[in-house]
Design a protein around this ligand. Structure first.
Ligand SMILES: *Cc1c(COP(=O)(O)O)cnc(C)c1O
Length: 426
């Protein structure tokens, strides 16, 4: 049965989460399918940022560390992230970038394994490059070897030489999602620790870090958490390691008593030791506005964090997009890269095409449908990537985005030279 525009409007009319879109400022006419790369602006953020700057900084000055609770911000926001990733209060901090946090947690995991005789760190060849670059240099420095595998080589690759399995839960290029619980169990069975990157999971799919018994996790603040460009990221450590793990960037903010100003480092108990230096208060304040937009789904769910309700809508949106592309773009050379199976799909849909993937994305952007492009290589095709954020996208948006894609393909307008010139940031 084919789906019509009226069907999509009916789905929007029945959507209990529809009003959540009012939390955001989106330019008129734009269909934003790139919330997996940079989330949109929460309406509350400009006023909150102005308040932090003008009142807390401008008037409160240094007193605001206490009077405006600046000092606790990384933990307070961490508790909000915890609701979204199946962690407990006090287990997460918001700080630094994803790359830097990965350095810290991977260092901690490697330190734990340094007397195990195990020398391998296993990751996926298709992992996000910064994760591989950080792992490469840490392995070199700490005497480990990074072994890159394909997803289907798991769990066979988990030999007794593996110290750490480091994976990204939802693949940034394909949208494929790992079974965190099963893979973590397999890693533990093999004697390895499991480090998870949740950059494309936090705020996008339900995550249950404690239930999965994961060891370490990090994630990104500016994607599905809507924290703004370069927002602080987060780090989590399982309580069985808390109080024991080593943090390589032993700055004063991770000290047990920073304001005692003692000459020797004594790590704070628990995850607070992942803080390094003075925190970016303005950026953290913006991130809090983003986190609140996601947590606004909690009342629609009944479950802590509200990710169940968001997930149900996200799957309905991605199912609809896949169905409409297959119905309406048939014969135009597009292939589906993202898994159809719900349990294996994140909150994005990726398509590939032998020719013109970049230019098609550019032509869509010119038509106000903003997705992005990820270059392929010898093993992987070029990808057109569309992220679906149920907080601010509706079913009619899905219809309209496919309608624009149909027109770009049928007119061949993507062949125009202006759509084939590469920008610095794709
Ligand atoms: C987006 C993303 C990052 C980003 O790292 P930054 O330090 O914020 O630049 C890292 N890892 C993965 C898997 C990502 O998707």
């Amino acid at each position: 049965m084919t789906t019509t525009l009226e069907d999509c409007r009916a789905l929007d009319a029945q959507d209990p989460l529809r009003a959540l879109r009012d939390q955001f400022t989106l330019p008129d006419g734009v269909i934003y399918l790139d919330g997996n790369s940079l989330g949109v602006l929460p309406k509350a953020a400009p006023a909150r940022i102005a308040e932090v700057v003008a009142k807390e900084w401008g008037e409160g000055l240094i007193r605001s560390w206490n009077t405006a609770s600046w000092f606790d911000l990384p933990q307070r926001l961490g508790d909000k992230v915890a609701r979204l990733v199946g962690a407990a209060p006090g287990e997460v901090v918001c700080t630094d970038s994803t790359s830097v946090n990965l350095y810290k947690v991977l260092f901690a995991a490697l330190s734990q394994q340094k007397n195990s005789g195990r020398k391998l760190v296993v990751s996926e060849r298709s992992n996000f490059p910064t994760d591989l670059y950080i792992a490469e240099s840490l392995c070199r420095e700490r005497g480990f070897t990074l072994q890159l595998i394909e997803a289907d080589e798991l769990p066979g690759a988990l030999t007794d030489e593996v110290a750490v399995l480091m994976l990204t839960h939802v693949n940034y290029r394909t949208g494929a999602m790992h079974d965190m619980k099963a893979i973590t169990a397999a890693a533990h069975e093999a004697g390895a620790l499991a480090v998870w990157d949740l950059a494309h999971s936090a705020g996008a799919v339900p995550v249950a870090l404690n239930e999965a018994e994961a060891d370490y996790a990090i994630g990104c603040g500016y994607k599905y958490l809507n924290g703004g460009p370069g927002a602080p990221a987060f780090a989590w450590v399982h309580t069985r390691h808390a109080g024991r793990f080593e943090q390589p960037l032993s700055g004063w903010w991770g000290h047990a008593a920073p304001f005692e100003f003692t000459p020797h480092y004594r790590p704070a108990p628990g995850v607070a030791r992942y803080l390094c230096g003075t925190q970016p208060i303005v950026s953290l304040s913006a991130l809090e506005c983003g986190l609140d937009t996601v947590l606004a789904a909690e009342p629609f769910d009944g479950e802590r964090g509200g990710m169940g309700a968001l997930r149900a809508k996200s799957l309905a949106l991605t199912d609809l997009f896949i169905a409409l592309v297959e119905e309406r773009c048939a014969g135009h050379g597009l292939s589906l890269v993202t898994p159809r199976e719900h349990a294996r799909r994140g909150s994005q849909v990726c398509l590939s095409r032998d020719e013109g993937a970049y230019a098609i994305v550019q032509a869509l952007i010119a038509r106000n449908v903003i997705g992005d492009f990820r270059a392929g290589d010898a093993q992987m095709p070029d990808i057109l990537r569309f992220g679906f954020t149920p907080l601010y996208l509706g079913f009619e948006d899905v219809w309209n985005s496919v309608e624009q894609l149909v027109q770009v393909l049928e007119t061949g307008e993507w062949r125009r030279p202006e759509f084939n010139r590469k920008n610095a940031v794709t």
